[in-house]
Design a binder for this molecule. Sequence first.
Ligand code: IPD
Length: 259
Amino acid sequence: MNKLLQSIEDIVRGAGALMREAFNAPDRPAYSLKGRQDYLTETDGAVERYVRAQIEKHFPGEAVLGEEDGGDVSATRLWIVDPIDGTANFARQMPHFCISLGLLVDGQLEAGAIYAPMADELFIAQRGQGAWCNGKRMQVSPVAKMSESSIEVGWSARQPASVFMDYVQHAMDAGCSVRRAGSGALGLAYVAAGRSEAYVEGHINAWDVAAGLLLVTEAGGHVNNFWTANAVSQGNAVLATNAALAKEISVLTGVDLRT
Ligand code: IPD
């Protein structure tokens, strides 16, 4: 493994250890709400501070955008971190959460990793080099029938319920099984790992997808053109699919895939 990926792996594993320790502590994690259904725990802030310090150590002077403390979105070389993706799960003591760390250079993802500490799963990728889960090369699923497929539909209170409901309705009408597991980053990692055929959400933030989109394309899947003008600061819609069902799922969701 090269130095860039080794550093990324070390950073996300260190962050994961902090999360695991907090999750396993005898007391339930204290949480507050940033808004409706938008959870925040002390661990989110602690993990982001850790990741920022590690990036400064490994890559001195490079810019960081984090979910909790923001950052300079205009930097051409930008580390994008979600300290805990799936915070609601973490706060409610469900083990499906992760850290996501991606490197965006001139609007293009260069490298990234997602680490799910409770499952001890590391998903990592570098542009043009491939994507791996715990050392094993990932490949999107070969499933080519909607009636055999699983699609994860993300939801947040940032959008009207009808956006979510329409995706669910169209996917179920087409014969898909539908999930919502509460971590967009892991939702994308699971498409890359062939565990789902697609992940779709009407609006998601840059820190939720800055590693996952690269995992999917490096595993042979398709993604939408997420990084449009304001996506780093404002977020965007996201769609990621396997190759075999890409066209059908793009039509079903109404989200164009990158060609
Ligand atoms: C949220 C999760 C959720 C997705 C939301 C995100 P958070 O991030 O990824 O699955 O549907 O769009 O905001 O709050 O857990 O970091």
